[in-house]
Design a binder for this molecule. Sequence first.
Ligand SMILES: Nc1ncnc2c1ncn2[C@@H]1O[C@H](COP(=O)(O)OP(=O)(O)OP(=O)(O)O)[C@@H](O)[C@H]1O
Ligand SMILES: [Mg+2]
Length: 260
Amino acid sequence: MTDPIIRAVGLGRTYPARRPKRATTALHPADLEVAAGESVGIIGESGSGKSTLVRLLLGLDRASSGTVDIAGRRVDSRASARSLHWLRRMTGVVFQDPYASLDPRMSVGRIVGEPMWASGIEPDGAKRQARVREALAQVGLDADAGVRHPHEFSGGQRQRIALARAIVHRPEILVGDEPLSALDVTVRARILDMLRGLRTETNLTLVMVSHDIGVVQNLCDTVVVMSEGRIVERGPVAEVLRSPREDFTRRLLAAIPTLP
Ligand SMILES: Nc1ncnc2c1ncn2[C@@H]1O[C@H](COP(=O)(O)OP(=O)(O)OP(=O)(O)O)[C@@H](O)[C@H]1O
Ligand SMILES: [Mg+2]
């Protein structure tokens, strides 16, 4: 295998005790490698550490153990401004609660354009605006969405705004934490098409937390199954879904009504 674009070694996170709560090990030391252009789905029950894992991969949380390298560069929440800048350029992120990441005082156009502006990718204002309109169209929003504000949109539309913001600067890696969960069936199908298109056109690497096996089947090559802060299974989607090795995975799949 060529060098992975994401390599985590012994990556773990324990949240210290805060009385009356005991310390929580959200992620036991885990290894994970993702090849460039690969699409990885992360599944597992609530509280199994999925969000913790993706936050650590992006240097958004401080690991208690282990290391993360992205394209051969060390990622660290205490990294220099320059390397954080580089990381923001490489990656696009959609969080579980997209509304929290949309500044209510900013127009949608500014919100979506911000990653380009912040990373200095497109210094030309007119070109930036054109790219914002293009990204809004890619997620199926009208061009006039740009002059409106987040509160004027529904939950699903806001999720699409967050997605437009995550792809606007053409990142090499897109990380999503349930990025499609608030979308209705038609919109979800459209976004899945768009993401598949990006994968083939740009060799985008995808890491996507999803409770929706349909999404994982549709979009991912590999699936990572988490349980109680551990990666309990990892393999090609079709293989894992067809013959899950772990008891836990079997139960998880059995509990999902959409699985054919
Ligand atoms: N900032 C924090 N401080 C203390 N404990 C935390 C913190 N963040 C997460 N945890 C704990 O770590 C564990 C894993 O949480 P995490 O958010 O990674 O789960 P998840 O798999 O994303 O769940 P969900 O599907 O509900 O989003 C949980 O027990 C959670 O309570
Ligand atoms: Mg989560």
